[in-house]
Design a protein around this ligand. Structure first.
Ligand code: MN
Ligand code: MN
Length: 255
């Protein structure tokens, strides 16, 4: 169950309202990497998971994200407020100025409506936790970019708080992933095909006009892959192992 406490998780102060910045802040309110998406992703994963410890982590963090939603929504609202009355301010976000009277709604900065398509929920803990680590990384970099676009100290302080919490969550999800006791490449139940799984296909070759070079073969060998030259270029010299799909140079082919 939910209960609302009439205090923000972080007190928001704004010196001078900046409607254009308020519009940018909507990315963290109703955008793809925003707080509502995070809150819903973790909470719904929590509802789905049978593991009581993982459920608790997901529900704790999902609920904190709802508190973040309230903070970022309040901050965006303070910046957008002048859009209700002043033409110049309204130009920062005509959609919210005209349909919302300068109040926030679940849109991103370009006016696209929030959608459940933003959520990544698979029902497989080692997959969902990676989704969550990636979601936290995206939220972190979004806050970092927002921080670069305001000089308002109160806004900066709130964004710094929210950005920091995303790293905390990232750490929690990484620890939870490690706690599952699965290897880094163990996803689901079925093992990958031996041999094929270790082949790196050198599928981008040659030297480009912009200085692009073919370095991946060295890189791949250093990282434990068997390098296979582009199957497309060498089709006549390659044979495909029927059962595994692994590529091998024909024994009759010239070196
Ligand atoms: Mn958050
Ligand atoms: Mn987070």
């Amino acid at each position: 169950m939910y209960h609302h406490v009439k205090q923000l998780m972080y007190t928001v102060k704004v010196g001078e309202a900046d409607p254009r910045f308020g519009n940018m802040l909507l990315e963290q309110f109703g955008g793809a990497n925003g707080e509502l998406a995070a809150a819903m992703q973790y909470t719904i994963q929590g509802i789905n998971t049978p593991d009581p410890q993982l459920k608790d982590v997901l529900m704790d963090i999902g609920t904190e994200e709802l508190s973040h939603l309230e903070v970022i929504g309040t901050l965006a609202r303070m910046h957008l407020k002048p859009a209700a009355a002043a033409r110049k301010a309204a130009e920062a976000d005509p959609l919210l100025a005209i349909t919302g009277g300068g109040g926030v709604n679940l849109y991103n900065s370009q006016g696209s409506a929030w959608t459940a398509d933003y959520l990544k929920i698979t029902g497989q803990p080692e997959v969902d936790l990676r989704n969550n680590i990636a979601a936290e990384a995206r939220a972190k970099i979004t806050y970092e970019r927002l921080l670069a676009f305001t000089d308002d100290q109160g806004s900066k302080d709130a964004l710094q708080f929210l950005m920091t919490r995303e790293i905390t969550h990232m750490k929690a999800f990484m620890q939870a992933l490690e706690g599952l006791g699965k290897g880094p490449l163990e996803i689901g139940m079925l093992p990958p095909t031996p041999g094929l799984v270790d082949q790196f296909f050198n599928d981008s070759t040659g030297e480009g006009q912009e200085g692009a070079v073919d370095m991946s073969t060295t890189w791949a060998r250093q990282n434990g892959f068997e390098v296979v030259e582009s199957p497309a270029f060498h089709a006549d010299q390659m044979e495909v192992d029927g059962p595994t799909g692994a590529r091998r140079r024909r024994s009759s082919a010239k070196k």
